[in-house]
Design a protein around this ligand. Structure first.
Ligand SMILES: [Zn+2]
Length: 82
């Protein structure tokens, strides 16, 4: 009996060049610098932009998410200026 292989590479992925990734994937204008801070409205914490994480879903879509993920379900759209 063949075992079902887990083919998806769903999960958090390593980003080598966080500055470039952010520039290319930030969903809004005015991409923040890595040294900037934002408040995540989900976990209500001040986060450093450079600590962002990237999550890849089953379909291969990538999302910039809160550094406190997976405990926090916030993503880049939940960050506000502080
Ligand atoms: Zn958060």
């Amino acid at each position: 009996m063949a075992k079902v292989k887990k083919t998806s590479n769903e999960g958090f992925i390593e980003i080598e060049d966080k500055s470039r990734y952010l520039n290319e994937n930030y969903p809004f204008q005015n991409v923040p610098g890595l040294s900037e801070k934002r408040r995540c409205i989900h976990c209500d914490e001040i986060i450093n932009v450079r600590d962002y994480k990237v999550y890849r879903d089953k379909r291969g879509n990538e999302f910039i998410v809160c550094p406190n993920s997976p405990e926090c379900e916030g993503s880049v759209i939940d960050w506000i200026r502080c």
